[in-house]
Ligand binder design. Structure first.
Ligand code: PLP
Length: 459
């Protein structure tokens, strides 16, 4: 049976945004600054320059509304941008919903996700600052592969600390990184030796993004030729991702529609921010045609926004980073080994956290069995097999579409399909064989980790 109607809304190369959008310029109140744990004051930019290049430190603290994208970065963006916006007509039909469902697909990048949108400028600015080597962490391997690709593009060496549970589950992600020339080690590793003794050195530990960040930061801080690169959380990372939402905004003009709700998965927040902030900016400046809602979706096993508290905490497990005011489950919290490795982070971006605290962004948490069920339904109607992280957004969008059906009211839903799941098929195998399980909400572990929040928050 024919479905009819436009399915893909394509832009040309000339439509690639030439500026990133900085939501800080339009927020009702800016997020509280990061604090140095020893002094309780904002860190000296000199501290940040030990591990980041000057351009990124400047972007981190900028409140300029727009920041120009350098030409060498645009050159590499042209390899896959603009990315397509699809109308999910077959999913709409499968759900028998009156809702219009659209998705912005970032899986067409070389690394298969949204992550190269920031990996490329980060590699570029480091090369420009004369840096020859990067370290980073990776959860499911999406960020590590994005930075491995970007580092190769600007001729940088790179070492990736890969969270141990993913290192075991995702050998092909590791091989992708190695193909682009990266060195990959399982974290917790024995390479770094934290003097603080808080790193979990248990060889059976599944690891966590917090631990892997500690290792990568520690190494970068101890070597002059090496900088650190972070795949999410920080303001400059969220900034770079706004090419996604800016393109989607133009594509909605082509479609003659506008979202009532924008849904995206949220690990450290960059994917959500990249899609949502350009639309949120229109709302905050009174230029949006609708009162659009914004929904960040996270895993029930790592429910940072829905179960965490809004407090100052470290960004890593052993306390090397400045303290950031964010929703957190406690930096010592090690989430269960769910398949959406990129969503296993104890904290969240300070920008997204502030917007949640101010009631401008909503959050939802779902267990992985329901998430994979939505992913399979999506694959069977739209064709694309989603990354487990992206499948959280699908679940959120499906719930919105079913609510529209119950209400008998049309609504336009936009969700971020942040990556493909071609290297996540072991997780699909578990789901399809009925072996995939939900983890209990790790209440006791969260309560324990929250007791160990740094004292500054109570000051
Ligand atoms: C495919 C995919 N989607 C979403 C996310 C969540 O990322 P963010 O930290 O940008 O929220 C990740 C993280 O690794 C990912 O790999």
């Amino acid at each position: 049976m024919s479905i009819g109607g436009a399915t893909r809304f394509e832009l040309s190369e000339a439509d690639i945004p030439t500026r990133w959008y900085n939501v800080v310029a339009d927020m009702p109140s800016p997020p509280p600054p990061p604090l140095h744990p020893a002094t309780g004051r904002p860190p000296d930019p000199q501290d940040l320059l030990a591990i980041f290049p000057p351009d990124l430190v400047e972007q981190e603290v900028s409140s300029e509304r727009h920041i120009a994208i350098p030409e060498p970065v645009l050159d590499i963006y042209r390899l896959w941008r603009p990315t397509p916006l699809y109308r999910a007509r077959r999913l709409e039909r499968a759900l028998e919903t009156p809702a219009h469902i659209y998705y912005k697909y970032e899986g067409v990048s070389p690394a298969g996700s949204h992550k190269p949108n920031t990996a490329v400028p980060q590699a570029y600015y480091n090369r420009r600052a004369g840096i020859g080597r990067l370290t980073t962490e990776t959860g499911a391997g999406q960020w590590g592969s994005a930075l491995a690709f970007a580092a190769r593009s600007f001729d940088l060496d790179i070492r990736v600390y890969m969270v141990r549970v993913s290192y075991g589950q995702k050998p092909y992600r590791r091989l992708m990184m190695e193909t682009w020339g990266a060195e990959v080690v399982a974290s917790p590793s024995t390479l770094t030796a934290s003097g603080r003794g808080t790193l979990d050195r248990d060889p059976d530990s599944p690891g966590s993004l917090g631990i892997a960040i500690s290792e990568a930061v520690e190494e970068a801080a101890s070597r002059k030729d090496t900088n650190y690169s972070l795949g999410s959380v920080l303001n400059h990372v969220l900034l770079h991702q706004t090419v996604i939402g800016q393109e989607a905004r133009k594509q909605f003009d082509l479609a003659g529609d506008y979202p009532d709700v924008v849904v995206a998965s949220c690990g450290g927040g960059s994917n959500f921010a990249g899609l949502a902030f350009p639309f949120l900016g229109e709302r905050l400046t009174g230029n949006a045609p609708k009162e659009t809602r914004f929904v960040a979706v996270e895993p029930a096993a790592c429910p940072t926004l829905t179960r965490g508290i809004y407090a100052y905490d470290f960004g890593d497990a052993s306390g090397f980073t400045p303290l950031m005011k964010m929703f957190t489950l406690g930096h010592g919290f090690v989430p269960p080994g769910i398949h959406a490795g990129g969503l296993r982070y104890h904290g969240d971006s300070p920008l997204v956290s502030k917007l949640v605290a101010d009631g401008l962004v909503e959050a939802q948490a779902y267990g992985q069995v329901g998430v994979f069920s939505a992913a399979v339904q999506f694959a069977r109607s739209e064709g694309i097999i989603p990354a487990p992280e992206s499948a959280h957004a699908i679940k959120g969008a499906v719930e919105e579409a079913l609510a529209a059906k119950r209400d008998g009211a049309a609504r336009t839903i936009l969700f971020g399909l942040s990556g493909h799941g071609h290297f996540d098929l072991a997780a699909y195998e578990q789901y399809l064989s009925g072996a995939l399980q939900d983890f209990e909400l790790p209440t006791a572990a969260i309560d324990q980790a929250l007791k160990e929040l740094p004292a500054v928050d109570r000051a």
